[in-house]
Design a protein around this ligand. Structure first.
Ligand SMILES: NC(=O)c1ccc[n+]([C@@H]2O[C@H](COP(=O)([O-])OP(=O)(O)OC[C@H]3O[C@@H](n4cnc5c(N)ncnc54)[C@H](OP(=O)(O)O)[C@@H]3O)[C@@H](O)[C@H]2O)c1
Length: 311
């Protein structure tokens, strides 16, 4: 965790006002890293983190220079996760990432970690997935850049508003499954995303895209997930598969609305395609074998830790 001068590494971090970036900021600060964060709204940074703050937007080259000057590594977690057009996702996830990568190369070329997404493995599934994959492809083609891309599956934990809404229903005994009941997916706790970033900072020679998850073999089906939640919440959960149209119609309406009014909807036809995709299972072995990283939180433990919050 120390730089060449025996001082703690200084890490530039984007996205720390968001869900995943906030967890990474807490995790790195707790491990003694010094942080310099880029924030459009610094008042939304997680409380209690001692960080240099560079105020500004990812699309502003001037602030990017201030962000990366003199750092030992860059962790890029800012991203657009909601939207209704390819342009909206690309502006942040592709153009923003590329601009930051160019500033990193220009200012001394330190290791660069993109918090990508498992969705990048299936770019055709959605505009979001395409943008995450394009960002990875452009990093690969950036001469001289030492980069890696963490393809995280769905991240859960105390800060995950979207998943907490689903878990609240489960804690009341209902689980509405948006797709095929046997579809499989991986998960990772937010604290384990942070520990994986710390492991990469210790092994910046590790390059290219890589998966991380909670090391549950073959992920979970919705059915298995419900069974584990039953144990964690100590109650019976009824698994219901609503007719597709009950989600298709609101998704189409919210996309139409978003295109008219420039809002950023959580539910769109693209988002449904992602949720209904049959195989979102990670293979994290390359990363854990080469860095020694191990996730600390299994799903039952992670869900039990959320029980109080779900009441
Ligand atoms: N959540 C998951 O389950 C999950 C799973 C896999 C991968 N990921 C990846 O993790 C990253 C963060 O996702 P999240 O769920 O934490 O999303 P989030 O809560 O919406 O956070 C997004 C962050 O990006 C920042 N940002 C967006 N556009 C920016 C811009 N133009 N300039 C500067 N900052 C900008 C936001 O800043 P403001 O606060 O100013 O808006 C916020 O800090 C994304 O790249 C996503 O692909 C997330």
């Amino acid at each position: 965790m120390t730089s060449g001068t025996d001082r703690p590494q200084l890490v530039a971090l984007t996205g720390a006002t968001g869900y995943v970036g906030g967890a990474i900021a807490r995790g790195l600060a707790g491990r003694g890293y010094r942080l310099r964060v880029l924030a459009r709204s610094p008042e939304r940074l997680p409380p209690g983190i001692d960080a240099d703050v560079v105020t500004g937007d990812l699309l502003d080259a001037g602030v990017l220079d201030a962000l990366v000057a003199g750092v030992d590594a860059v962790v890029h977690c800012a991203g657009a996760t909601r939207g209704a057009t390819q342009h909206h996702f690309d502006a942040v996830n592709v153009t923003g990432t590329l601009r930051l990568a160019h500033r990193v190369v220009a200012r001394g070329n330190v290791p660069f970690l993109l918090i990508s997404s498992l969705a990048a493995r299936v770019p055709q599934v959605s505009a979001y997935a395409r943008s995450k994959r394009s960002a990875e492809d452009l990093l690969k083609r950036t001469p001289g850049l030492q980069w890696a891309a963490m393809r995280a599956p769905a991240v859960y934990g105390p800060g995950s508003d979207e998943l907490l809404a689903v878990l609240r229903w489960m804690n009341r005994g209902w689980f509405f499954v948006p797709g095929d009941i046997d579809s499989r997916f991986s998960l990772i706790h937010e604290d384990d995303v942070a520990s994986a970033v710390a492991a990469w900072l210790e092994h910046p020679e590790f390059t290219g895209p890589f998966d991380v998850d909670d090391q549950h073999p073959d992920g979970y089906s919705w059915k298995e997930f419900a069974r584990i939640a039953e144990e964690a919440f100590a109650r019976r959960i009824r698994v219901v598969q609503p007719p597709g149209i009950l989600l298709d119609v609101p998704a189409a309406v919210s996309q139409f609305w978003a295109r008219c009014w420039g809002t950023r909807p959580a539910l769109t036809p693209d988002k449904l395609r992602q949720l209904r995709f049959p195989d979102w299972v990670c293979d994290e072995r390359r990363f854990s074998e080469q860095t020694g990283w191990r996730p600390a939180i299994d799903i039952k433990q992670g869900l039990e830790g959320l029980r109080e919050q779900l009441k």
